[in-house]
Design a protein around this ligand. Sequence first.
Ligand code: AGP
Length: 608
Amino acid sequence: MCGIVGYVGPRDAAPVLLDCLSRLEYRGYDSAGVSVLDGRGVETRKLAGRVAGLRDLLARAPLHAHCGIGHTRWATHGAPTERNAHPHSDCAGTLALVHNGIVENADVLRAQLERTGHRFTTETDTETLAHLIEEARGATLQERVLSALVRVEGTYGLAVISETDPGTVVVARRGSPVLIGVGDGEYVVASDANAVLPLTRSVVYLNDGDIAVIRPEGYRVFDGEAQPQDRSVDDVEWDLETLALGGYPHFMLKEIAEQGHTVQSTLRGRLLPADGTARLNGLNLSPARCARIRRIVIVACGTSWHAGLVGRDVLEQLADVPVSVEYASEYRYRKQLRVPGTLTVAISQSGETADTLEAVRAAKAVGSTVVGIVNVVGSTIAREADGGIYLHAGPEVGVASTKAFTSQLVALLLFGLYLGRARGLSVREGRALAEELARLPDLVTRTLALEPQVRALAEQYADAGNALYLGRGVNFPVALEGALKLKEISYIHAEGYPAAEMKHGPIALIDEHMPVVFVAPRDHVYPKVVSNMQEVKARGGGIIAITSEGNGDLHHVADHQLRVPATSPLVSPILTVLPLQLLAYHIAVLRGCDVDRPRNLAKSVTVE
Ligand code: AGP
């Protein structure tokens, strides 16, 4: 999942493109490049590596123009080399193109184009698009792009410039996000809103099938039949300051540290303690409809899938409805069953994850109502769902998701409260949970004060080769999440398991070199978790226990204990995950890893 940008306006384009690209680098950081259209034609600068390297290259070999495009890459087809870096060009070198997505029939098209004399210089699927446009008929770049795209299978968010259409950027979208930032006499196109904030907070989100022509005098949007389309101009919720590091060494640590506030903003205006329920205006589900729900299917990927697992326990317990949790990438290709009364809940921080988006479309195709639990306002899943809950957690820049996870859990608890009260949960039970949620921001802040202890632990385990995370019940997904965080940013192989499942295999891994993290707050399965700890102890494993304040009896079995404030079991994952986020962070820093830009990863997975 790459980041694409484009600029048309009175300013020098290259510095603007660089600035926008630096705000999109969390989408992919294998290579970077820009092309501009100046009096001499299309000029390009690109390299393997980061936007910072491109900035140095442009300092040595500057480009000056008022119209250009840029790209930061997450390699899918063709190694992350300078040759495969975007922008790509046609045979004549008169056109330049950047692309986010996958051309699934690139091999077929390439063979056809080579038979008609086109010479390819890269291993990428994207270069095919440049030659297709070169080959296409049409008086304008827009017409040639439209006719070229008819032959394309797959996904794209793309931007093109050509010497035939000076001062013009043409963009198109199918499957990958593209928006237009509307400034004062200037326009920035980008894959997401973070990139345009230096120039404007007014954005136009393109829909699938849209193509837009941006010129100094304005922009126009058309559909696939070249029919003019009206698209609303929306305001981006957050500002540049929110996107700054704010004195932290990494976005991940900043986002971990701000969870007292982000949990508060997810709760803001939604708790009705007196009625023991929640107010969720965007959900679009009346209590009567809630009562008719017969089953819930949660679809998500990665950390959001872990939130879904916690959500299953929450919704089953509070709303008495059967819940299944599906990997969106698997669910979308499974036979879709048309079951009346099915509610599909799509959880996605970015709202752009391709597999989750396609699972949403598959569910809608068999008549399921879809609710989105999403952080990015205006994202595709948010716009295609029938209703939803925005997290209001602010932009999450660190590739490893942290604050979005805890806000997803809060949103699921609010949803459980609302749904539960419509399906028989008593006012008393509702009030108890509402009061607990109201205390949560303080409890989160108190838990984050464990950081010095966690850092000391990280120093002990930074050289570990493997790690095992174990939990039970609603804290089993927290074990999965802890393991994922460690894997993602420190590259230590780690696995999460239901604690009881350990005896059926993973216990074979246990020896004095294997740190085992137990997520063991005081709840109805706690005594069972303590037995599992003893089984690990008996094999010499080192034990770190995340447990509840005031719980004194783990000295005999755990080597290290981190105590989080005591809460009800359904709320506890929001606190027990915090030390695990910090542990992964500090271990990764101690290992010298690039915490915010972990290798091979990207923030929003917009391709399959
Ligand atoms: C989590 O740290 C990862 N970045 C990744 O697993 C992520 O959760 C997954 O790609 C889903 O993203 P989404 O929530 O934006 O859909």
